[in-house]
Design a protein around this ligand. Sequence first.
Ligand code: ADP
Ligand code: ZN
Length: 520
Amino acid sequence: MIQQAEKILQQYYGYPSFRPGQKEAISHVLQGKNTLAVMPTGGGKSLCYQIPGLTLHGTAIIISPLISLMKDQVDALHAYGIAATYINSSLSVDEQHQRLRDMEMGRYSFVYVAPERFDSPNFLSALKSITLSLIAFDEAHCISQWGHDFRPSYRSIVPTLKEIPNLPVLMALTATATQEVIKDIKELIHVEDTSVVNTGFARDNLSFRIIKGRDKREFINEYLTQIPNESGIIYTATRKDADQLHYLLSKKGVAAGKYHAGMTEHQRKQAQMDFVQDEVTTMIATNAFGMGIDKSNVRFVIHYSMPMNIESYYQEAGRAGRDGEPGDCVLLFSSQDINLQRFLIDQSPNEEKKKEEYLKLQAMVNYCHTHSCLQQYILDYFDDPTETEPCGKCTNCTHDGEERDMTKEAQMVLSCVKRMGERFGTGLTAKVLKGSSDQKVKQFRFQNLSTYGIMPNYTEKELTGFIQFLTAEGYLSTGDGRYPALKLTKEAVSVIKGDQPVVMLVESTTKKQKIDYNEE
Ligand code: ADP
Ligand code: ZN
């Protein structure tokens, strides 16, 4: 049967070969085994259920939370001459009934539905009366409470499935599943270990870059001039930023669209269409834009400010390069971004949630300060099980500076944190190391500490940057409070004891033996 699948790939879709994981997932399904496929965005998950759907007899039901995407998926199948439809609340009741009747007549190879459809007795009785080829859960992480986008309606499908006597093989597909979520999905829909296909989250075609200390608008101007005809998204943290940037770029003659929740539904739809159909090349948007937008030729995603957590960042940046061609993911960092995100988190009334959000924010800040490979940092954050090499493309991998042993300096900083009682943040620690006569330093009598003023040759800004680096590399942790208090980690203890060196990348052009980093 897998030969037949290969033939369909070439004849219907015109692709010469399978992408990683596709063949495995398809062959499990064809053998009647419930299957979980974890593949990155753009990895080609749709084919994993479409090809078995075409190979096996009967109708395939595809469950998707993204109503806005169903039409696109169905249109794409129509273009291949495949009978497909969707049944959801965007249709009139009459139209829904008509499509349901057609489904009962076995007229469709594929029917896309939202999870809520399984609450409808009519739909269920139709399901029971036809031959089903498979049932696929797209965006399957929505099934799990541990997922970042839990939908109770998704989970409640599972008991309903027991009522279906002619239950076919089940499939779950997702691009974002932690080990917890994978375990949950496996148990819920009975997937054996051997039928889990996990190609990891790595998006090899994306290059991650962090830009610090540049005028953000100037950077964007230059960037867009260099690639005037490429499609891309610029994410801003606020509507105001989106409005202003849109105004400025339009004035400069950039064909830019705008999208945020302050616009009318009509305006947003129009903006989205203009972008998808390449009427405008650059979309300036808040995070309201993107969910359910299927545009494969996005060449760059620029973040005008740092987002709140790595989950959002990877999801938004990941909208670049869905066609497998190179995608450039640029984050423009300034330290004010952190304050804005803290402020946004503070709006939450839920104290537990706040703590969690602060921790996630700190991981995002660490991403901006780490000297390790950015791709690896992200994969580690998601506990990606696959071993990967440094990407060779991110700002840290391509940094042309030199490595410098900073062990002695690190020991000074870490001892100072210890002596200050592990109760204070980056700013005050930098002041103590510098030997500042700041009011707060005096208030806590830190001028009496042996570490007071032991790093006088650095500016406070440089010291702040160095402490942020030590935090990003895991020597210091900041806890989950509103005001991050620096604490030593296990690694810090080995550094203080002299068991572990600290190496940092510095610009090779620096004149003095100084930490050089270009913080704003
Ligand atoms: P996902 O749902 O995993 O994000 P899609 O199923 O939308 O990804 O696939 C992304 C793109 O890759 C689509 O344009 C699809 O046609 C294309 N694609 C999928 N499989 C292959 C393949 N084996 N060879 C070439 N292109 C493929
Ligand atoms: Zn890298």
